[in-house]
Design a binder for this molecule. Structure first.
Ligand SMILES: C[S@@+](CC[C@H](N)C(=O)[O-])C[C@H]1O[C@@H](n2cnc3c(N)ncnc32)[C@H](O)[C@@H]1O
Length: 296
């Protein structure tokens, strides 16, 4: 069924199930953070991991099973693989199609906006997203129902869902309660695949973006995780004593890993990245830069 830019896949209504639950012998669980009150819409923000369906937590599975309506934002053709992965997760973990899947088109972001125009462009995009989420919650979620947003990786890391839900609550046109189910982030998945840690003994680690790394290596840290880097900012550091641990499409069948001293690994990563991007039409990669200790 299509209504404007929103599509609803299956419509097998089922009674609202409680989001609260308990693992036998473990008492109340965090998914149950939402108290069930009559007439208040419930929303789960569920971290689904960064690509490997086996990295869905038991808590996430339980939240999936207590959901009546899933909201999925489609980012367009190139990222339809990610939308499909969400559908596959539902098929794998919810035995019967006893839920509704509501899909809407993600608003386009002005990716050309740089410098002082960057933050306003992100703000506009977030508000456009908030409009869509607000409409989905108001029109597609019954007052006795539970809805869910399936968030890539962990909702706490470079994701706007929580901020958007707060913005909608502040607007005051629709009320709901929500809880958050943590997911395995691409950062955790990256270091696990490289069999290394994020920090060294008693040292800090920083997570930042490619945009920030292009402005300079963060001060006071030797271990820096870089996400959202469309321009391979690591190339500016090839003359330094740094090791890089890089991964693209981590956890998916297309996964590519590379690591080594940055001077040697950077050209290899550039080539692998360009080939993969050409082949698939999009790429998601993350890397850890680790400064080697100075020789005394
Ligand atoms: C908008 S952020 C979302 C991060 C997500 N919430 C998480 O916890 O991983 C998107 C960025 O995450 C990283 N990313 C997400 N999934 C990835 C994957 N499977 N492989 C490599 N990087 C990934 C990339 O740096 C990408 O640009």
């Amino acid at each position: 069924m299509r209504r404007g830019d929103v599509s609803v896949r299956t419509a097998v209504p089922r009674p609202c199930t409680t989001a609260t639950g308990a693992i036998p012998g473990r008492g109340a669980v965090a998914v149950g953070g939402v108290r069930q009150t009559r007439g208040v819409r419930k929303i789960h923000v569920i971290g689904i991991g960064a690509g490997d369906p086996e990295q869905l937590t038991l808590q996430a599975v339980r939240a999936l099973r207590s959901t009546d309506v899933f909201f999925v934002l489609d980012k367009g053709e190139v990222k339809s693989d990610l939308t499909q992965l969400r559908r596959d997760l539902l098929d794998a973990h919810i035995p019967e199609e006893s839920y509704r899947l509501v899909e809407a088109r993600d608003p386009e972001r002005d990716r050309g906006a740089g410098g002082s125009a960057y933050s306003p462009a992100v703000g506009d995009w977030r508000s456009a997203r908030a409009d869509i989420y607000e409409r989905l919650i108001t029109e597609e979620l019954g007052e006795e129902e539970s809805g869910a947003f399936l968030v890539w990786g962990d909702p706490a890391l470079y994701d706007s869902t929580l901020g958007i839900l707060e913005e909608i609550l502040e607007r005051g046109s629709v009320s709901f309660e929500y809880d958050v189910v943590p997911g395995i982030s691409s950062v955790s998945a990256l270091v696990a695949r490289h069999r290394t840690g994020l920090n060294r003994v008693a040292r800090p680690v920083q997570i930042t973006t490619g945009r920030r790394l292009a402005e300079g290596f963060p001060e006071g840290v030797d271990d820096v995780v870089v996400m959202l880097d469309a321009h391979q900012a690591f190339r500016a550091y090839t003359d330094q004593d740094i090791d890089i641990y890089w991964g693209a499409y981590i956890g998916t069948p297309d996964e590519i890993l590379a690591s080594g001293p940055i001077a040697e690994a950077a050209p290899r990563i550039e080539r692998l990245r360009a080939e993969a991007r050409e082949r698939k039409g999009w790429i998601m990669d993350t890397y850890l830069l680790r400064r080697r200790p100075k020789q005394r």
